[in-house]
Design a protein around this ligand. Structure first.
Ligand SMILES: [Zn+2]
Length: 316
């Protein structure tokens, strides 16, 4: 009987970004009620949400940065590095919980306790750079997990597919010289959408050249445009790489209702994108997929898209 793990924890609300911030605790509250209403939670196996050892985070972030996050929270600073990255006294601990959940999910998938998993965590991670916070992100959850898979489980080919509408600059930079990690991002075009990186010409450096694929999408790109890019570029690149593990940076902010970006995906788009990823995983990685929440700021669109994503993971 295939199983899907689900990471959820009420403590994620203690990362308090203050009034008016789009990356707010209501996102996970709405997700929780939507998943409950759809009867999805009881169909999933629980993922342990425990603080990761900061030593593991040091694979991706400089010690000084990790400590700066800790101290800034402790001192009650309102944000770190940029007003976008709002923090509260508990944010350091909560960010460690987010990474810890993703690590437990990868462990459970690797040891065969579950087939795949969805981690509903905050703060998100894909903009977090080695020594600087960006775009609501403190620690790069998926990058730490990819390092863990290489270090702990000796994997040689980990794929990260990032379909958040914003380019995952932090994740790309964590692995741009590393051929063991294929980073693929489909996102709003850098000329129109934050953070202004993710051009097609960014393909990796040195030994990592050819292991970064950026698919920038023009404003108003819709389901059909995404379908073409998946069929023509993303799936062939994944098949060529033949990943042993697939991580999804699952942002739901390319949805047409999302207020943060001018793209036009439907809720159903996230269903077929999930199916395509699962097909890749079936072909190459024994179905191993861990999906990690990034953005998604229209609460109803986020809830509906995430429910569909999880249903597809459960059907895998
Ligand atoms: Zn985003």
């Amino acid at each position: 009987m295939p199983t899907t793990g689900l990471a959820q924890d009420h403590r994620f609300q203690y990362h308090d970004t203050g009034p008016g911030h789009p990356e707010r605790s209501e996102r996970l509250e709405r997700l929780d009620s939507a998943l409950q209403e759809a009867g999805l939670i009881e169909r999933c196996a629980p993922i342990n949400v425990i603080e990761v050892d900061p030593g593991l985070v040091q694979e991706v972030h400089e010690f000084d940065y990790i400590d700066r996050v800790r101290l800034s929270c402790q001192q009650g600073m309102p944000f770190i590095d940029t007003p976008d990255s709002a923090i509260s006294p508990d944010s350091y601990r909560i960010a460690l919980l987010a990474v810890g959940a993703v690590i437990d999910a990868t462990n459970q998938v690797m040891t065969g306790q579950i087939d795949n998993a969805l981690c509903l965590v905050r703060p998100p991670g894909h903009h977090a750079e080695r020594a600087v916070s960006m775009g609501f992100c403190l620690f790069n959850n998926v990058a730490v997990a990819a390092h863990h898979l290489i270090r702990q489980f000796r994997l040689q080919r980990v794929a990260i597919l990032d379909w958040d509408v914003h380019h995952g600059n932090g994740t790309q930079h964590a692995f741009d010289a590393d051929p063991r990690v294929l980073y693929i991002s489909v996102h709003g075009h850098p000329r129109a959408v934050y953070p202004g990186t993710g051009y097609e010409t960014e393909v990796g450096v040195g030994p990592g050249e050819g292991f970064t694929l950026n698919c920038p999408m023009k404003p108003a790109s819709d389901d059909a445009d995404y379908h073409n890019v998946f069929q023509d570029q993303i799936i062939p690149a994944l098949d060529k790489f033949a990943p042993e593990f697939v991580i999804v940076s699952a942002g739901f902010d390319a949805h047409k209702l999302d207020p943060l970006a001018p793209l036009e995906l439907e809720t159903e788009s996230f269903g077929w994108m999930t199916e395509m990823v699962l097909d890749v995983a079936r072909r190459h990685s024994e179905g191993r997929v861990v999906s990690v929440l990034e953005g998604g700021y229209h609460l109803d669109a986020l809830a509906a898209s995430t429910c569909l994503h999880l249903e597809r993971l459960l059907e895998a």
